[in-house]
Design a protein around this ligand. Structure first.
Ligand SMILES: C[S@@+](CC[C@H](N)C(=O)[O-])C[C@H]1O[C@@H](n2cnc3c(N)ncnc32)[C@H](O)[C@@H]1O
Length: 286
């Protein structure tokens, strides 16, 4: 390691990087490798400038000791998370949901009389994932009255949650949505929103957004979920944290419930609790 100085006036030394790396891991679970020094500098430089601080030692002291440090922690977290997402990301998951899982859950519901479905999108970023789930649900249940179907969407990044709640996207972002669904579930913006697409109330009403940190908080919900999506989130954590989260999904899923992970994420030996039944699709074994 050594000192990194990119196009900003700020430099970070090894001690400062270690302190921030440890703090970020405690706050978010995100495990930054030595190669992420530049990322820390580039993402946090604006914060230093805004606070009129001259180096990362002052920034660390500010967030850990200053009376307004708690507020700054939120900015720190929002700067450090990686929020890449897309509508219909890993499309095969939504095909499985539509063609296999929902028909199965529908039949089970008809037999048991429990016409209720609860889905959790954990690490929902700016909303593309929960809105894609909601479109799939709306389409499947449109001629099947009586069902109570809801999505809980959570993230620890408050800026992303604000964007998700607004549900306003550019033409480029909505491009993966099949046109017939786009025109059913989004309206074209006017005035200041010209050129943008706004999620309609019919879609928004089945999603609840909530700030939640997968690493530091327990999710308190009354009933376990039928399905959990947590894709491209645990990839940033170390093994112990990944395992802890996979175990918490086990606790938060109904018996036989399904967990969707990202394409490069695995069960890490938790095959006693989950069975891999498809491409990064797992079912709780009991
Ligand atoms: C790369 S995005 C993935 C978004 C979406 N799941 C997808 O696959 O398209 C990862 C998201 O996880 C969130 N995240 C990171 N650490 C988290 C934590 N400890 N608790 C909750 N969310 C977290 C980030 O804020 C970010 O929005």
């Amino acid at each position: 390691m050594g000192t990194v100085n990119i196009l900003t006036q700020f430099q970070i030394n090894d001690t400062e990087f270690e302190l921030l790396r440890k703090l970020i891991k405690e706050l978010t679970g995100i495990n930054l490798s030595d190669q992420k020094k530049m990322l820390v500098v580039s993402r946090l430089s604006k914060r230093l400038r805004n606070l009129n601080l001259h180096n990362f030692t002052s920034y660390y002291n500010y967030v850990t000791k200053h009376k307004d440090g708690r507020q700054e922690l939120n900015h720190l977290i929002n700067r450090i998370t990686t929020n890449k997402t897309d509508f219909y990301r890993e499309r095969h998951h939504f095909e499985f949901l539509k063609d296999i899982l929902l028909p199965q859950l529908y039949e089970e519901g008809r037999k048991s009389g429990r016409l209720k479905l609860r889905i959790w999108s954990a690490g929902c970023s700016s909303g593309e994932e929960p809105y894609t789930i909601a479109i799939t649900l709306k389409e499947f249940f449109k001629h099947k009255p009586g069902w109570d179907v809801k999505v809980l969407a959570t993230d620890l990044d408050t800026e992303m949650l604000d964007r998700a709640v607004k549900g306003v996207y550019s033409e480029h972002v909505v491009a993966p949505i099949p046109p017939e669904y786009l025109y059913t579930y989004f309206k074209k913006g006017i005035g200041a929103n010209k050129g943008l697409f706004l999620a309609k109330e019919s879609l928004k009403e089945i999603i609840t957004y909530r700030k939640h940190n997968l690493v530091t908080e327990e999710l308190s919900v009354r009933n376990p979920f039928d399905i959990i999506f947590c894709r491209n989130v645990i990839i940033y954590f170390d093994e112990a944290t990944k395992l802890k989260i996979i175990d918490s999904f086990y606790e938060n899923l109904k018996s036989g419930g399904h967990l969707f992970l990202g394409h490069s994420e695995s069960l890490l030996g938790r095959e006693d609790r989950f069975k891999l039944i498809g491409n990064s699709i797992c079912r709780r074994t009991d």
